[in-house]
Ligand binder design. Structure first.
Ligand code: 5AD
Length: 464
């Protein structure tokens, strides 16, 4: 495994329970080799890197093959029911493995762990421990406690936990994920995130500036700032706009991206930073969720369809060539055909570069689950989803087609998966681009003339 060695000051990992020791202080323990399987969003990818950092500091070896591991951690997602089903199915498979490999330790971590709590143990009694997103410091302790008996539960949410002192272990590459903010205070009625990730907290700007300097030293060219509502970042002194300006000053970082912002926090400061900092990419993921103000209100999204439309217009006017992607939910409680058509029409009007589209999935614990009827049938949800997917496919295709003949700037990330003679990378607007290597190298910013496109990829050659 090609890993980055952590370089942050190594601070004590144990905050919560000083009485239990980390595993590497135990004489009797056999070598532990840990494999982490990550589900869900980029935040989980980043959390898995954090978990690797915690474990490595405590003497564990990280492996990238399940077969080589005697500790398997599933870092899970709870956003929709099917995300949890996937993990439950995976656990059945791992149970078979556990029967054959008696020393195998199995831990479920992350959002689904926090959501299901002890119900997860009821569903899969062979799971050795369950750790929520604010309990990762307890990982060594949890693994250690397996011999003691009862499954270890780490399910306390902790607004004070930002893991700012932990050095994540990143797989080498060009793009690094950097968590700047954790938790969410928005309380959208459909969303499980505030319940599994707790309240918002931001990492102080100076630490993040230092992190980005360190990433540059490690060879990264691009940083993606992560947070559940990334643009509500506030460390008490600096807001998200300040952070973008501050990080842009770091020499050697070529590109800065961020995900996912909330439209209500897309302030003029943010727009100004995007417009005036060259390194901040002209790309924003701006979750719409619904084009119906009535549905948005039921979702408690805190903006109207009109305000969203105006925001997009303002951003497009201020930031030339802005690429926009979005998230949309169809079939939310009470969504009528008229509401749905408002979503469809707004998507057609805005013409997103890409979109993630979902059927509403009622989540236990949310306000919608408690107070609203999940009254759109599965069949109807499926039909609506299919319609917006078809719309988006055609818009994305047309948008890409229009780029034929244009020159785009691409950060070279590595070899194309399909052709070793070609490189692939992303444009400023986050479009995957494939081109013959010519004399370029991984990490270069190159100009590529677009010659053709597939549904989701630009194809071209390097030009002067
Ligand atoms: N059902 C369907 N989609 C959901 N999302 C969040 N919660 C739900 C849910 N209960 C979608 C939203 C969000 C994205 C990450 O997942 O569109 O922006």
């Amino acid at each position: 495994m090609n890993l980055k060695i952590p370089t942050k000051t190594q601070l004590p990992l144990y905050k919560a329970s000083p009485t239990l020791e980390p595993i590497n202080t135990r004489q009797t323990q056999t070598a532990r080799r840990v494999y982490i399987e990550t589900y869900g969003c980029q935040m989980n990818v980043s959390d898995s890197e954090l978990m690797s950092g915690i474990l490595t500091q405590n003497g564990y070896e990280m492996v990238d093959q399940l077969e080589d591991a005697n500790v398997v951690l599933l870092n899970t997602c709870a956003i929709r029911e099917n995300a949890e089903e996937k993990v439950l199915n995976r656990l059945v498979h791992l149970h078979h493995r556990k029967k054959r490999q008696s020393d195998l330790v199995l831990g479920v971590c992350g959002c689904m762990a926090q959501h299901m709590k002890t119900k997860l143990i009821d569903a899969a009694p062979y799971v050795d421990f369950v750790l929520g997103p604010d309990a990762y410091r307890n990982l060594p302790m949890a693994i250690n406690s397996v011999t003691i008996g009862d499954p270890f539960l780490g399910l306390k949410l902790d607004k004070g936990e930002d893991y700012a002192d932990i050095a994540p272990i990143r797989v080498e590459g060009i793009r690094a994920w950097l968590t700047i903010q954790r938790g969410c205070d928005k309380m959208c009625t459909f969303c499980i995130v505030p319940f599994v990730r707790g309240r918002e907290r931001s990492i102080p700007m100076q630490l993040l500036v230092d992190d980005v300097k360190r990433l540059v030293d490690e060879g990264f060219k691009e940083v993606v700032l992560l947070g559940q509502t990334v643009n509500s970042y506030n460390d008490g002194t600096h807001n998200f706009g300040d952070l973008l300006f501050g990080l842009s000053e770091v020499e050697g970082i070529e590109r800065i991206r961020f995900t996912s912002p909330h439209p209500s926090d897309a302030t003029d400061d943010l727009i100004e930073a995007m417009a005036s900092c060259d390194k901040v990419c002209n790309y924003i993921h701006l979750p719409l969720q619904s084009g119906s103000t009535r549905v948005l209100k039921a979702m408690r999204r805190t903006y109207t369809a009109e305000a969203y439309r105006e925001l997009v217009a303002k951003m497009r006017a201020r930031i030339p060539n802005l690429a926009i992607s979005t998230d949309v939910i169809v079939g939310f409680c009470g969504e009528t055909e008229t509401d749905f058509m408002e979503t469809y029409n707004l998507m057609a009007e805005i013409r997103y570069d890409s979109a993630f589209m979902f059927k509403y999935s009622s989540r236990d614990g949310t306000l919608a689950h408690k107070t609203l009827d999940d009254d759109v049938s599965e069949v109807e949800k499926g039909r609506r989803l299919k319609e917006i997917i078809a719309l988006q496919e055609s818009v994305s295709h047309e948008t890409n087609q229009r780029l034929i003949g244009e020159v785009v700037t691409v950060l070279v990330e590595g070899e194309s998966r399909k052709d070793p003679d070609r490189y692939q990378g992303k444009t400023d607007g986050f479009k995957t681009t494939v081109f013959p290597k010519a004399n370029s190298e991984v990490g270069d910013l190159v100009r590529v003339k677009v010659e053709s496109t597939t549904a989701h990829t630009l194809i071209g050659s390097i030009t002067k």
